[in-house]
Structure formats: structure tokens, C-alpha cells
Design a protein around this ligand. Structure first.
Ligand SMILES: Cc1cc2nc3c(=O)[nH]c(=O)nc-3n(C[C@H](O)[C@H](O)[C@H](O)COP(=O)(O)OP(=O)(O)OC[C@H]3O[C@@H](n4cnc5c(N)ncnc54)[C@H](O)[C@@H]3O)c2cc1C
Length: 509
């Protein structure tokens, strides 16, 4: 055993990595967590209203996509957490798992019923400590606190009232038996504080002597010897390379952008791409970096008659699940979101006082790629989600814009509404709205799929249903990148569930 070796190395302290670290420690193993970002001491992380100030800052990887050819060649800003807690330290804290059919789809894609809704629901519950206690859908004593919405902002209440006025069902809990309709979100908060995955899962066991945490450490690559991952190579800001070794396994939890990048830098990926960059191929795995996709969101913005109160919750208090015209899927494909702040839309003015009814789609059909920009580990990768390439995505987004406009124009908003400023009165026809969507569609921050899991027969699968990387011993990926298709829920809870299942698989449970 080398002096700096542990049973397991977990790369990335985000939503999934935090869960895995905790579960392996609980099972009596030594664990080394290696995270590129700093310790999570910034007060803006812990306030539920601080997240917009973190975007673009030093705890954000701050990536922009490549120019999107179906979206006016815009480069879309994709913030991702680079701090203990990963993206769960700067996300919007909405706790929504998605529809049962999402997970039954994963089971079908992998040929493993372990990923079916019936089998993952207990994992969601195991993580959770719901404010209202345990029931058929919720856990009562897990590490992750989930709270119901505190006193809602009056504008969020207007949004829910307006949606109901337009025939949408009132939903009390998006994680119970019916998710289609409007209601207030449950959040990963406790007593008015954000509860990131790191704070929830690892915070309580930080003094465990079996835990080593190295922050500010950029992982360059996995060290492979005789077909087995034995450790990783990383740098601590300088040029000198450090190594850490794992006696049992290396688990990549770098997220949908970080994990495929680490595999590619390790020579695990499509050999043609690796060859172009002068990286020797260790395993020719064509699916690494393929299947990149994301939920899409844009901003319909209203100017308000007067300044609005700040509210006390997460700024994303209410939402709606609905279906686009002709959509026949079991899960809803639209997820408009309400914010009592103006959330800027590319190329449009932002009123000083206002609010946003944000159209969103959650069953996108467009797929893109993630590639390395160079063999330099400090360079951000090239992310091309190819948004709106599939005409369905554009039409569904236009349907969502129309639903949001209808809600925005309703009587419930009359005491606050001065004017719709985005897209504004000049956007009248469906063609106008298509142009508006191409100009403003952005991210819902739910990128997935770049190391997808799949059945043995699926040549594009990067990991099997057991999350082991094909062709290498001792190496797994466990985070949002393994999702074969994005669930209809926001992706923090699903990533945490992936962490739970990964730990069971690693521990042979
Ligand atoms: C602004 C924003 C708002 C969001 N809002 C919500 C929401 O309200 N609800 C919701 O459910 N989801 C939301 N999400 C999405 C959700 O947070 C993510 O899908 C989820 O956190 C992904 O988990 P993960 O484990 O895959 O990756 P992450 O949590 O991103 O963790 C990856 C970790 O790996 C580290 N890492 C990566 N590469 C390396 C490397 N080479 N070396 C060392 N460390 C590395 C990163 O720094 C990071 O800490 C939001 C995301 C963002 C960015």
C-alpha cells in the first residue's frame, strides 16, 4: 500500500460525490475526496437568495457553450459549481425527482430493473429528511433536509392562482403521485439555509479520521496500470503533479462536463478525437462526450408597477408542469418556472423592477457533444449541446412561451403588472415566437448524458448499469453524466439518487 493511498478516491465533491463519500465512510472505508474548488465558506452559498451572485464568480467553472447554430450562433453561459458541494452549492435548491417513467426508461435502456422507479424510489427516500416526515413518497430520517415552501412571495402566489385560473391543476407536492399542474416547490433547505449535498452528507462526518479531503486540486487524469485504474494525477495550482492511489476503486463524480473531460484526458474516449490532440488511446470508447443534452429555459419578463419585496425563500418558489401540443409521453414535457426577479434574456432589455415567467422544456430531443479543446487539463472543454436542432424542441418551447404569456396576462397579476417587456407586444405570431426562442433559449442548468450508462449491446454506452467504465478495471463514473436521458425533474435529486445507487453497487449491496 502506498503512503497516500485510500480504499477509494472520489473525484468531485458535488451532488453525487458527496453521497458516495458518506456512504463509503459509513461502511468503514478510507476515502479521499479530491475537489478542484475551495471549501464552502462563502456566506452567499448558504443563503437561499445568494445563488445569482455566485454565477460567473470564482466558485463557478463559468463555461460558455460553442456557438449554437440553431440559436443565432449564441454561446450560452453554463455555470457549474466548483466548490465543496459542486453545483448543489450554487443551484436553485428546487427538489423535484421527475416522473416514474423517466426511471423506467433508464431501466429499459440498461436492461437493469435496479434503475426502475420501483427500485430507485427507496433510494430517493433513503437520502431524504422531509420537513413533514416520512410517508409513501418521502423519507423522514436521511441526511438531506427537504423543506416545504415557507411563506410564499405574493407574486409566486399570483402565479399559482393564475395557472389554476387557466385550468391547470393545483399540485401540493411535485414528488407525490401527480406532478402535472402548478404549485410551490419543495427545497433542499433547512431553517432558511441551503443544504448542499456536501453540507448534508459529509458535513456531519468531517472529523472521521478515514476521510481525507483535498480542495483546490484539479484532477488531470486517471492513472491506469495494466488495464486497472490505480489512482489519479492532480495539480494544486502549480505545475507540479501529485498522485493519489486507490486500493479498491476510483470513482469519477466530476459532473456532466467534468467526468467526460477526465476520461478523455486519460485516453478513454473516441480514438480519432484523442489522436487529434496527441493523447494516446487507452480504451477506444466512442460514447465518451456524446449524448450531451440539457433542459432549456428562457425568460418572459414583466415590468412591475412598483419594486417587489425580496421574499424569504429561494427566488424559485413556484412552477408548472404541463404538456406541449400533441405530446403523448407519460411524463410532462414542459416545466415553466416563476421568479419574482427579472431573469435576463439574451439581447433584450431588463426592467429595473419586474418578474419572470420562464418557459422551459424538459424532454429535449436535441443531442450534442463534449470534446476537449486541447490536451491541457486547465482548459475548459468544448460543450456543444446543439440546442433546438430537433424541430420538436423549438415547437415545444413556443408552446411553453404561449402558456406562460397566457398566465402572465391573467387577472391574478393585475395588481403588479405594468407591461410584458420580453418578448413584448411586437411578438404576435408563432413565427415571431420561434425567432424569440432562437434568440433567448438558454439553460435550465440540467446538463446530463456524456458518459451514459447502457446495455452491453449499446456501443455508445460508456458505463454499464453497474457504472463501471467499459474496458478498465477499478473505475466507475457516478453523477449526472451517466443519465442516458434527462429526467423531467430538476437534476440535483436525481444526481443524489445516482450517488446512493452507486454506493450500493460499490459496496455490493
Ligand atoms: C445555477 C444552477 C442552478 C440549478 N438549479 C437547480 C435546482 O434548483 N434544482 C435541481 O434539482 N438542480 C439544479 N441544478 C442542477 C443540479 O445542481 C446539478 O444537476 C447537480 O448538482 C449535478 O450533480 P453532479 O454530481 O453531477 O455534479 P456537480 O454537483 O456539478 O459536482 C461535480 C464536482 O466535480 C468537481 N470537478 C469537476 N471536474 C474536476 C476535476 N477535474 N478535478 C477536481 N474536481 C472536479 C466540480 O468542481 C464539482 O464540485 C442547478 C445547477 C446550476 C449550475
Amino acid at each position: 500500500m502506498s503512503t497516500n493511498s485510500t480504499d477509494y478516491i472520489v473525484v468531485g465533491a458535488g451532488s453525487a460525490g458527496s453521497v458516495i463519500a458518506r456512504r463509503l465512510l459509513d461502511a468503514g472505508h478510507t476515502v479521499h475526496v479530491i475537489e478542484a474548488g475551495p471549501v464552502d465558506t462563502d456566506p452567499a452559498i448558504h443563503s437561499p437568495q445568494g445563488w445569482p451572485t455566485l454565477l460567473g464568480g470564482s466558485q463557478d467553472w463559468g463555461l460558455f457553450t460553442t456557438p449554437q447554430k440553431h440559436a443565432n450562433d449564441r454561446r450560452i453561459f453554463w455555470p457549474r459549481g466548483r466548490v465543496l458541494g459542486g453545483s448543489s452549492s450554487l443551484n436553485g435548491m428546487i427538489y423535484v425527482r421527475g416522473h416514474s417513467s423517466d426511471y423506467d426508461g433508464w431501466a429499459a435502456a440498461t436492461g437493469d430493473t435496479g434503475w426502475s422507479w420501483e427500485n430507485v424510489l427507496p433510494l430517493f427516500k433513503r437520502s431524504e429528511s422531509h420537513e413533514l416526515g416520512a410517508n409513501e413518497f418521502h423519507g423522514g430520517d436521511g441526511p438531506l433536509p427537504v423543506s416545504i415552501m415557507g411563506t410564499p412571495h405574493p407574486l409566486a402566489a399570483a402565479f399559482v392562482d393564475a395557472a389554476v385560473e387557466h385550468g391547470h391543476k393545483l399540485i401540493d407536492d411535485f414528488n407525490a403521485d401527480e406532478m402535472v399542474g402548478a404549485g410551490y416547490n419543495h427545497t433542499t433547505t433547512r431553517d432558511g439555509e441551503r443544504m448542499s449535498a456536501w453540507k448534508s452528507f459529509v458535513g456531519p462526518v468531517l472529523d472521521n479520521p478515514d476521510l481525507t479531503v483535498t480542495t483546490g486540486a484539479l484532477v488531470h487524469k486517471v492513472v491506469v496500470e495494466n488495464g486497472r485504474a490505480v489512482g489519479i494525477e492532480y495539480s494544486l495550482g502549480g505545475f507540479e503533479l501529485e498522485r493519489a492511489f486507490a486500493d479498491r476503486e476510483v470513482i469519477l463524480c466530476g459532473g456532466a462536463l467534468g467526468s467526460p473531460k477526465a476520461l478523455l484526458l486519460s485516453g478513454i474516449g473516441p480514438s480519432a478525437h484523442l489522436g487529434e490532440l496527441g493523447i494516446d488511446t487507452v480504451v477506444d470508447l466512442p460514447g465518451v462526450g456524446e449524448n450531451l443534452h440539457d433542459h432549456l429555459l428562457l425568460s418572459n419578463i414583466y415590468e412591475s408597477l412598483e419594486p417587489l419585496a425580496a421574499g424569504t425563500n429561494n427566488l424559485l418558489e413556484a412552477q408548472l408542469y404541463a404538456r406541449s401540443n400533441g405530446w403523448a409521453g407519460a411524463a410532462p414535457d414542459l416545466q415553466p418556472l416563476f421568479m419574482h426577479i427579472p431573469y435576463p434574456a439574451d439581447g433584450y432589455p431588463v426592467p429595473e423592477n419586474g418578474y419572470t415567467i420562464a418557459p422551459g422544456i424538459v424532454a429535449p430531443r436535441s443531442r450534442g457533444t463534449l470534446r476537449l479543446a486541447s490536451s491541457d487539463p486547465s482548459e475548459l472543454p468544448l460543450a456543444d449541446p446543439n440546442i433546438l436542432a430537433d424541430p420538436y424542441d423549438l415547437e415545444a418551447m413556443v408552446d411553453a412561451v404561449e402558456i406562460c404569456r397566457e398566465i402572465g396576462a391573467s387577472d391574478a397579476f393585475a395588481p403588479w403588472r405594468k407591461a410584458e417587456v420580453v418578448p413584448g407586444p411586437s411578438a404576435r405570431t408563432r413565427d415571431d415566437l420561434r425567432a424569440y426562442v432562437r434568440q433567448t433559449a438558454g439553460t435550465y442548468h440540467h446538463q446530463v448524458g456524456t458518459c451514459k450508462m447502457g446495455a452491453e449491446s449499446d456501443v455508445d454506452a460508456v458505463v454499464g448499469a453497474d457504472l463501471r467504465v467499459r474496458g478498465i478495471e477499478g473505475l466507475r463514473v457516478a453523477d449526472a453524466s451517466i443519465m442516458p436521458a434527462v429526467p423531467s425533474g430538476n437534476t440535483n435529486a436525481p444526481s443524489i439518487m445516482v450517488g446512493e445507487r452507486a454506493s450500493d453497487l460499490i459496496l455490493g449491496r
